[in-house]
Design a protein around this ligand. Structure first.
Ligand SMILES: NC(=O)c1ccc[n+]([C@@H]2O[C@H](COP(=O)([O-])OP(=O)(O)OC[C@H]3O[C@@H](n4cnc5c(N)ncnc54)[C@H](OP(=O)(O)O)[C@@H]3O)[C@@H](O)[C@H]2O)c1
Ligand SMILES: *[C@@H]1O[C@H](CO)[C@@H](O)[C@H](O)[C@H]1NC(C)=O
Ligand SMILES: *[C@@H]1O[C@H](CO)[C@@H](O)[C@H](O)[C@H]1NC(C)=O
Length: 333
């Protein structure tokens, strides 16, 4: 009997862990059974992590899925995996580097010329880390917010033509700690002067607050169009997002992340919910977590702040400079 006890204890611990893991860390699942035959979806940053899991699910639902990624080799490998696993050969790579406004414009142009439909736009790509974009913006602000802001606006007419359609912006819980410093933005760059990990984290939080505010103002502007938009927190997910952190931090984090964080499939559930769930249209502009509506902090609900961010982003991304070359772009008044 006494020999059995350690075994029992181990078994109990494993059982307890699996139960907690399943119910707490894995999170809720998107239960929608919607099929997407004949529909087209774009997922940015879909060569790995949450984006890849999202694209795979959409492919299994028979959508045509555009992997909008910056690295051709990684994206084509992902497209291959997704086609094989879903049995859907309508999964294609199209080049998009969100750290370059020029690349965003050229992606939109190619897309609009070659693809007749757009039903779901998932702005998923994200960076956490140092550096600045081709246009001189802080990397997190430029990629996570401004690149997606321009992309969405350039594709808006097509989304309207294909309505009911949806835009999903992958934000983060960290939006709560975000701030927007307009005087810093007015100097054109939200360049973080100091590139310490602490400043990178602050810049990341700021960019995620931008995602939430962008979604809010976008919903106002889309009122009456049957195009709806949502932002969300995917959960704490084991992905490559921490790749810019020092090697020893990554080594320490890895086993912990594998044991306690959601996997990418779990991390894609709220994105899928926002993209697919029937009946959430009246919550356009709102923020979701664990496949449910969530309140955001005061800043995330500040309509004046959202409006101001929109206007500043229009200027910073030179949105209307591209109107003439893009007949589908919104008219500038
Ligand atoms: N993991 C989490 O716990 C967590 C929590 C909250 C929110 N999020 C958000 O979830 C989203 C997905 O992140 P993840 O965790 O799946 O991270 P990930 O594994 O690092 O994937 C990020 C994706 O974004 C792409 N990307 C980065 N910079 C890009 C650029 N300039 N142009 C185009 N694509 C670019 C990456 O492409 P490359 O492979 O070529 O770099 C990659 O495909 C992000 O918006 C992130 O902020 C994640
Ligand atoms: C905003 O940025 C300016 C630099 O342009 C700086 O002087 C100021 O302290 C910043 N404000 C906040 C609240 O961080
Ligand atoms: C939006 O959808 C409703 C219900 O399907 C429809 O009656 C309405 O005409 C649509 N509006 C636009 C602008 O497409």
């Amino acid at each position: 009997m006494s020999e059995l006890q350690p075994t029992l204890v181990v078994a109990a611990v494993v059982f307890f862990y699996l139960t907690v893991y399943y119910f707490v860390f894995r999170g809720t699942k998107c239960t929608s059974s919607v099929k997407l035959k004949g529909k087209t979806a774009i997922v940015t940053g879909s060569n790995t992590g949450i984006g890849k899991a999202t694209a795979l699910d959409l492919a299994k639902r028979e959508a045509r899925v555009i992997l909008a990624c910056r690295n051709k080799k990684k994206a084509e490998a992902a497209a291959f995996d997704i086609r094989r696993e879903s049995g859907n050969n309508q999964v294609v790579f199209m080049h998009l580097d969100l750290a370059s406004l020029k690349s965003v414009r050229s992606f939109a142009e190619t897309f609009l010329q070659t693809e007749p439909r757009l039903d779901i736009l998932i702005n998923n790509a994200g960076v956490f880390g140092p550096g600045h974009t081709d246009d001189g913006f802080d990397m997190a602000f430029g990629v996570n917010h401004l690149g997606h802001f321009l992309l969405t606006n350039l594709l808006l007419e097509r989304l309207k033509q294909c309505s009911p359609s949806r835009i999903v912006n992958v934000a983060s819980f960290f939006q709560r700690f975000g701030n927007i410093n307009f005087s810093l933005l007015a100097s054109k760059k939200d360049r973080v002067l100091d590139q310490s990990p602490w400043h990178n984290l602050q810049a990341y939080c700021n960019s995620k607050l931008c995602n939430v505010l962008f979604t809010r103002e976008l919903a106002n502007r889309l009122d009456g169009t049957n195009v709806t938009c949502y932002s969300l927190h995917p959960g704490v997910v084991s992905t490559e997002l921490g790749r810019s952190m020092s090697l020893w931090v990554q080594l320490l984090m890895k086993p912990f992340a594998k044991a306690f964080f959601k996997d990418s499939e779990g991390g894609s559930q709220t994105t899928l919910y926002c993209a697919l769930q029937e009946g959430i249209e009246s919550f356009s502009g709102r923020y979701f977590s664990d496949c449910a509506l969530q309140e955001v902090g005061d800043k995330g609900r500040d309509d004046a702040l959202a409006k101001k961010l929109w206007e500043v982003s229009e200027r910073l991304s030179s949105l209307y400079n591209s109107v003439n070359s893009n007949p589908e772009a919104p008219k500038f008044i």
